[in-house]
Design a protein. Structure first.
Length: 294
């Protein structure tokens, strides 16, 4: 299972049995003030749950509190397949546990539920739409920027550019709707690219909690520029890892939902392409900007 900092930390290498749909399935999607995106789902034909759609993980993960106190039937972890209805489609998945999930949710499910389809994350209308084919208009809409999906194990990444004081780094970023903040930069990758972190303005130093309750020190500092495809975001408050890492055997940057919600997104898992264009949140101030009155 996947481990990473903040609220969400599980990696599974076991694939969910996804189903290919013939047309489109539109699912009502919600996003709360913490940038947690979630949908309602029915687990095991009995329990209605609020689940975070987390592209930074795989399989179905429920919190220990939900497993122990909310479900109507005892759940066998790790081995048994259970039905999970999302929208009009029934999926099958094994179940994993975690201590924490995004605020206001009972757990999360990964991108691999839809690995044979195209996922539209429409923050403007509040919909998660599962398509069997990429809508034709996406290919001809010049507002969309097109990025290649690059896989590593069961995770997917896109390439982004960061800039500070004239130094530019191009790196792969984990595409992670489950991470609630803007972006998390890996200190070792920054050192490797001779990125001038010492010149970034520090906003705060905090202790974040891992899924097991472990404490992880994180620095928040302003990044001069982040470029995603043809779109450039400026003065972004980002987190910089110091000790524990999201993944044990790979240094990675993470692109989180506070940035991703600034775009309408199509995840084309058939052709390994991401399409992104600005949403209504594109010019919205970041949480740390609002807290600091800037």
């Amino acid at each position: 299972m996947k481990k990473r900092i903040s609220i969400i930390f599980l990696l599974s290498t076991i694939n969910t049995f996804s189903q290919t749909i013939k047309l489109s399935d539109t699912i009502e999607m919600h996003i709360n003030k913490h940038n947690t995106m979630f949908v309602n789902a029915i687990f095991n034909e009995k329990d209605t749950l609020k689940l975070n759609f987390d592209t930074g993980t795989t399989e179905l993960i429920l919190t220990n509190d939900v497993l122990n106190n909310k479900l109507k039937s005892k759940t066998e972890l790790y081995n048994k397949l259970y039905n999970l209805q999302i929208g009009n489609i029934q999926y099958k998945s094994k179940v994993y546990n975690a201590e924490l999930s995004g605020q206001g949710t009972d757990g999360r499910f990964g991108w691999d539920f839809f690995k044979e389809n195209i996922v539209e994350i429409n923050y403007d209308k509040g919909y998660l739409i599962i398509h069997s084919e990429l809508p034709q208009y996406v290919k001809f809409d010049k507002k969309f920027t097109k990025l290649k999906i690059e896989m590593w194990k069961d995770l997917f990444f896109i390439k982004c550019e960061i800039k500070e004081n004239g130094i530019i780094n191009n790196n792969l970023f984990l595409f992670d709707t489950g991470f609630q903040r803007t972006a998390m930069l890996d200190n070792d990758l920054l050192k490797e690219g001779q990125f001038p972190t010492e010149k970034m303005k520090i906003i705060k130093k905090v202790i974040m909690k891992g899924a097991k309750g472990n404490e992880i020190p994180v620095i928040t500092a302003n990044l001069q520029k982040l470029q995603i495809g043809k779109y450039i975001l400026k003065t972004i408050p980002v987190q910089i890892t110091t000790t524990q890492k999201p993944l044990k055997d790979k240094n990675v940057h993470i692109l989180g939902n506070e940035i991703l919600k600034k775009f309408t997104v199509f995840l084309d898992f058939k052709n390994n392409i991401v399409y992104m264009k600005p949403s209504k949140f594109y010019n919205e101030k970041y949480i740390d900007e609002r807290k600091n009155g800037t």
